[in-house]
Ligand binder design. Structure first.
Ligand code: SF4
Length: 236
């Protein structure tokens, strides 16, 4: 069986979405049997490769360099997945939009700098006027919301794509069932007076209900039918 070529890209985000992907833990081993990770923060490759089947893209588009990379990625990817709220809405990265780039650079490099304060004119990529979602620049095929999306959600979406299916907001994969069962156990535990010191990202459960895809946001539908290409590439 030819493996699916998977890339992950990090634009203007905090890397939390990538961390959540790694949170799939031992399921990464199952994924590795069907997927080759050809690009990403942990891959030692210098140039984004050609013929990538699926790219997960984290973060919004905030700089000229982000935009250049995004266009290259889109041109070389069959199926582009906006991973997380920054990629889908701008989210945290877009908080700077109302201040303008001049004020942001001044705050970062002048006001918060105690030595040799100056705004860099080279090396640091030029900011775009606003930080914007990925689909405002290129067609996106699947949207996976959350800040970050849960590991269960990411794994379920990838599993669906590997089967050549469009992720369904109402899908009921074994991983989702396990997640629901875990939440039920936690709720019963707390109802019985149990206490945990930190629930951390346990609130993801509610965000999972917002799983969306082409069906959820038809206005963002890509002009191409990349899923059929992906399905073909996974055949024996
Ligand atoms: S969506 Fe949340 S976790 Fe993902 S990059 Fe943005 S801020 Fe970080």
């Amino acid at each position: 069986m030819s493996k699916v070529r998977l890339a992950t890209v990090w634009l203007d985000g905090c890397s939390g979405c990538h961390m959540s992907f790694l949170d799939t833990d031992e399921r990464l081993i199952a994924l590795a049997e069907r997927v080759d990770v050809v690009w990403g923060p942990l891959v030692d490759a210098k140039e984004f490769p050609a013929d990538v089947d699926v790219t997960l893209i984290e973060g919004s588009v905030s700089s000229e360099e982000d935009l250049r990379r995004l266009r290259l990625v889109r041109a070389r990817t069959r199926l582009l997945v906006s991973l997380g709220d920054c990629a889908i809405t701008g989210n945290v990265s877009a908080l700077r939009n109302k201040f303008g780039t001049g004020a942001i650079l001044k705050r970062a490099y002048i006001e918060n700098n105690t030595m040799d304060a100056q705004i860099p004119r080279s090396i640091v990529p030029a900011l775009l006027p606003h930080s914007r979602p990925v689909h405002e620049f290129v067609p996106v095929d699947v949207f996976v919301p959350g800040c970050p999306p849960s590991a269960d959600l990411i794994f379920s979406v990838l599993s669906e794509l590997l089967e050549g299916r469009v992720p369904n907001p109402a899908f009921n994969s074994p991983q989702r069932r396990r997640g629901a069962e875990k939440r039920q156990r936690e709720q019963a535990f707390h109802k019985a007076g149990g206490h945990t010191h930190c629930r951390g990202l346990a609130g993801r459960g509610s965000r999972d209900k917002r799983v969306l895809s082409l069906r959820g946001f038809p206005q963002y539908r890509s002009a191409s039918p990349p899923l059929s290409l992906l399905a073909r590439s996974t055949q024996v």
